[in-house]
Ligand binder design. Structure first.
Ligand SMILES: *Cc1c(COP(=O)(O)O)cnc(C)c1O
Length: 382
């Protein structure tokens, strides 16, 4: 075993092992089976949607969700610039173009006033806005109270990228349930994992049926192989669904552990000038990743200095997402940006946040941070 302390490792144990072995022994070693059906029902119940389609990744779920709300070639789709690249890539898979929009400095989530402005500008120019894809960044829901009426008034569907936010809520309503379709990820580093997987959730049964059809190579219900359109091989395997069911049983416990860790970081950084935790005010976050934003003028040090200090002790950190409009792959994409995401990229740092961290590892991380802060405090008063 490496000594490295990672950002967000899979948290699996005896329960996952027993579910996985039971599924293997059941003989359902296929992208079909009772665990797959049950996993879909259980996740839909958790998110509060009428149904769900389990697929091989969150990215696949995003692709199917965009197709499901009718996004296609010639459309533009509004995407937050501060996100993981999958959100933008899925738009391109459909033949549409992403247009990037900046975020709110406190939460890092999409700036709703900018979205309203952008919808107006794009439609005035004769573009068809196929969808808005808000991202629930690091496990905090976007401001749907403000966003939903803006999109509804413009007649633009919402596809909620809740890949990072399973278990979070916004005014009591679960992440994933805010758009015409919602997307979850069960990648290895997410709040819960199937080692790789995702799910599309929705109240729209026609959209779900179409996504299910497309996810299985658009095979028609005939004895021979009949296909009327181009489908995809996106279905999740029954074995991985069994792993997901075990993780879902433990989800609330895993969220509680991440929240406890966030609270300890919050206490540590509270007296430090110029340092804030992103989205700390959101008590309904699932606390997937805890990130700080550092104002070097006030703190006397940069986020990268802390990252280097922790790296010397084999503790992994990461900058927050590099904005999409700064990615070479999207250099030519249109954007409406204010500089907020770029500042968060320059001054932000994501800290080890996983629920699998044991008390010894947590103590190591906290003391390494504390040591850095103590030395820096001494340096600035000297
Ligand atoms: C992880 C993630 C995805 C993609 O999920 P995969 O399962 O890795 O394909 C999409 N959007 C966001 C915001 C993510 O963090």
């Amino acid at each position: 075993m490496s000594r490295t302390i990672y950002l967000s490792s899979p948290d699996v144990g005896p329960l996952e092992e027993s579910y996985l072995i039971a599924a293997l022994r059941s003989g359902w070693v296929a992208p079909v089976g009772p665990d797959l059906d049950a996993f879909e029902h259980e996740v839909a119940a958790r998110v509060g949607t009428r149904g769900a389609v389990a697929v091989s990744s969150g990215t696949a779920a995003l692709h199917l969700a965009l197709l499901g709300v009718g996004v296609g070639p010639g459309d533009v789709v509004i995407v937050p610039t501060l996100t993981f690249v999958a959100t933008a890539n899925a738009v391109r898979y459909t033949g549409a173009r992403p247009v990037f929009v900046d975020c709110d400095p406190h939460t890092g989530n999409v700036d709703v006033a900018l979205v309203a402005d952008l919808i107006h500008r794009l439609t005035a120019r004769g573009e068809r806005v196929g969808a808005v894809v808000p991202v629930d960044l690091f496990g905090s829901c976007a401001d749907y109270t403000a966003l939903a009426p803006v999109c509804a008034a413009a007649g633009v569907p919402v596809v909620e990228d809740a890949a990072e936010a399973l278990g979070a809520t916004h005014h009591g309503r679960p992440a994933g349930s805010f758009g015409q379709a919602g997307v979850l990820s069960f990648n290895g580093n997410k709040i819960m994992t199937t080692s790789g997987g995702g799910m599309l959730v929705s109240d729209d049964t026609a959209l779900l049926a179409r996504a299910r059809h497309l996810s299985t190579q658009a095979r028609e219900p005939t004895p021979h192989y009949e296909h009327r359109e181009t489908g995809y091989n996106y279905r999740l395997s029954n074995l991985l669904a069994a792993l997901g069911r075990a993780q879902l049983v433990r989800l609330d416990g895993m969220i509680a552990r991440r929240r406890q860790l966030r609270d300890r970081y919050a206490k540590l950084f509270a007296p430090i000038p110029g340092v804030r935790l992103l989205g700390l005010e959101d008590i309904d976050s699932n606390c997937w990743l805890t990130s700080i934003a550092v104002d070097p003028e006030r703190s006397g040090w940069r986020a990268a200095d802390l990252a280097a200090h922790l790296a010397r002790q084999d503790i992994e950190t990461r900058p927050v997402w590099k904005p999409m409009h700064r990615q070479p792959a999207y250099a030519d994409a249109e954007r409406l940006v204010t500089g907020v995401a770029e500042r968060l990229f320059a001054d932000g740092l994501t800290l080890p946040s996983g629920s699998a961290l044991n008390e010894r590892q947590i103590a190591l991380v906290l003391s390494a941070v504390d040591e850095f802060l103590t030395v820096r405090a001494g340096a600035s008063t000297a």
